[in-house]
Ligand binder design. Structure first.
Ligand SMILES: N[C@@H](CCC(=O)N[C@@H](CS)C(=O)NCC(=O)O)C(=O)O
Length: 212
């Protein structure tokens, strides 16, 4: 098998890097983790091989791929179920919804992402109340959760999928900063937060974090 390398930001605060990391961990294939010093502009050097210069990126042999959702899709096909654990549901419609959630989390809810950045999840909490816009985004997030989640269940579908982790991170931006979530939604977020692939990500060192 060609060697796999995952390139992530040096302080493990990128939500996209976290998603790619969890995807690779869940596939349980051997790989090496490489930290990219974005604060020193390492991702802009010619030695950083992602075509777009963005982080995360995956290198499989000589092949290089960026964009966390493209990385997840690539891993799902290169290390396909049933030989390897799935990242997406096998049912066509559920897989469609998982992709919908993943695309939505990456493209919407900006006020929450701005006012509850991942540094407030992984490094230092914030205590500033949510703005009107962030409260509106929170209401939309919770309305979607109402439709997506089944109370008492800690996964979107019958089995874990990568959309569970992506959605849990968005919810943890609120939960960990003291912005209240309904009980079943909080239970979903916290259950996904204690998944081994996620706790391994949380254990990364961030002690020398330098804002960039
Ligand atoms: N849509 C991309 C977003 C990746 C992204 O925004 N990465 C940031 C770090 S969190 C980055 O590379 N920023 C540097 C740049 O765009 O020059 C993904 O899902 O991977």
């Amino acid at each position: 098998m060609s060697e796999l390398h995952l390139y992530i930001d040096a302080f493990s605060i990128s939500p996209y890097a976290m998603s790619a990391f969890v995807a690779l961990e869940e596939k349980a294939v051997p790989y090496k983790l490489v930290h990219v010093g974005m604060h020193t502009g390492e991702h802009r050097q010619p030695t950083y091989r992602a075509r777009t210069g963005r982080v995360p990126s995956l290198q499989h042999g000589e092949f290089v791929l960026a964009e966390s959702s493209a990385i997840a899709e690539y891993l799902e096909e290169a290390f396909a179920p049933p030989e390897h654990p799935p990242l997406l549901p096998t049912d066509l419609k559920e897989r469609g919804i998982a992709r919908e959630v993943m695309a939505w989390i990456r493209s919407d809810l900006m006020p929450i992402r701005e006012e509850r950045p991942t540094t407030s999840v992984f490094i230092e909490r914030v205590n500033k109340p949510l703005s009107e816009q962030a409260q509106a985004a929170r209401r939309r997030l919770l309305a979607a959760c109402e439709r997506l989640l089944t109370p008492g269940k800690t996964t979107l579908f019958s089995q874990w999928c990568l959309a569970d982790t992506d959605l849990a991170l968005m919810l943890q931006r609120l939960n960990l900063n003291g912005d209240e979530l309904p009980g079943p939604v909080r239970a979903f977020a916290e259950a996904n937060w204690s998944r081994p692939s996620v706790t391994k990500w949380l254990a990364h060192s961030r002690s020398d974090y330098t804002p960039y």
